[in-house]
Design a binder for this molecule. Sequence first.
Ligand code: PLP
Length: 448
Amino acid sequence: MNNPGYPSAFLHPFSHLPTLERDGPVVVERGEGIYIFDDKGRRYLEGNSGLWNVVLGFDNPRLVEAARRAYGRMGAYHAFFGRVTEPALALSARLAALAPMEADRVFYANSGSEANDSVVKLLWILAEAEGAPHRRLLLSRRNAYHGMTVATSSLTGKDYVRSASGLPLPEVRFLSCPHHWREAAEGEDEETFSARLADELDRTIRNTGPGCIAGFFAEPVMGAGGVIVPPRGYFEAIVPVLRRHDIPLIADEVICGFGRTGSFWGSAHYGFEPDIVVASKVLTAGFFPMGALILSPRISERLERAVRKYDEVPHGFTTGAHPVGCSIAMAALDELEAGAFDNVGRVAPRFMQRLEAMADHPLVGEARGVGLMGALELVADKDSKKPFDDRVEISERVATRALRHGLVCRPLGQAVVLAPPFIISDEQVDELFEILARVLDEVYDELD
Ligand SMILES: Cc1ncc(COP(=O)(O)O)c(C=O)c1O
């Protein structure tokens, strides 16, 4: 059926074309707390906080007011040529103080992709300046998601995303995905699996030749890979390998940062101190496009030395460190500190308990998560973990039906992903899972 809303002049990013062709786009008109409303007046509980980012409500008055005041003062300014705005200075000091490691410098981009891309460039600037131009290799993991620029699509461990544009860049090497349920050998416990992945990392580093690796990128919990929670002992096993070979650890905290796991940083949750933190999304609670790199003194001192011969950092973006974005980020941090972060800790046990209870459903192979992020891996056969035939489009079916029942959840491979706003209440957690349970029953009946 040709839908009147599709096609239009708008090119839809990452949208399932058959569903668009059948149902047309959902035209979103407004938001209220954790709910969004479409142009037909239908209400949806946003079980993904938009794209993991709108965690403080779609109409948060404090953020709206911060934006209004900031625009009233100065609509925009850049941060080149030694100019800087007061909100950018204030936010930088605050982020450096909040970081999960000792930190002293913050650099701004406009998105998570640009921020990760900037890390790649920074690492390569260091390599060139330190007389190690061969130190260009970048380590990532299968199923990782680090963005969609050329460099960060390359770091993203999803084959079709890369191969569609002839990527990855030749500098990228992939390690195993730390998904115990799917990847572990028969009978291998989590610690043994983690130790095996640490051995793989060590071997990979040694096989590339000494000093060829510029950095290792890792999301503390892999978000867009399907909420892959690291197995027990994973970071404890791999961080010492990186330290031994003096390889910078870049924590991509674009999803985990600012409370998603129940800890303020994913790195802190898993007990490690990165060299560089990449932040975005919750940084402005989705109200402004912004990405940030937070640097440890060791990295920033090396950078200062490296760029001395140019008399400047040869990198920057027109709207990086935008004063309105920085003001909104300050207000978002205020909101987190005023209670939104604590609310994650309060509701997360209920969220996880309801999520884990879904594991009993005949369609669910694994229910996994941490804090306020979770996934249900859907399987054709629970015992053998056999996935569905791709043509069934199982997660798309669930997500589409959930939409009809007023719930936004995200299909990801054969998993359905949930990441509700930090301000969700106990009753709303129940509402979310009641809809989802009904949807799974309906899809199960439909498949029978
Ligand atoms: C972990 C991670 N890194 C980077 C990105 C890219 O961020 P953006 O879409 O803002 O470019 C994402 C986006 O979802 C992400 O989840």
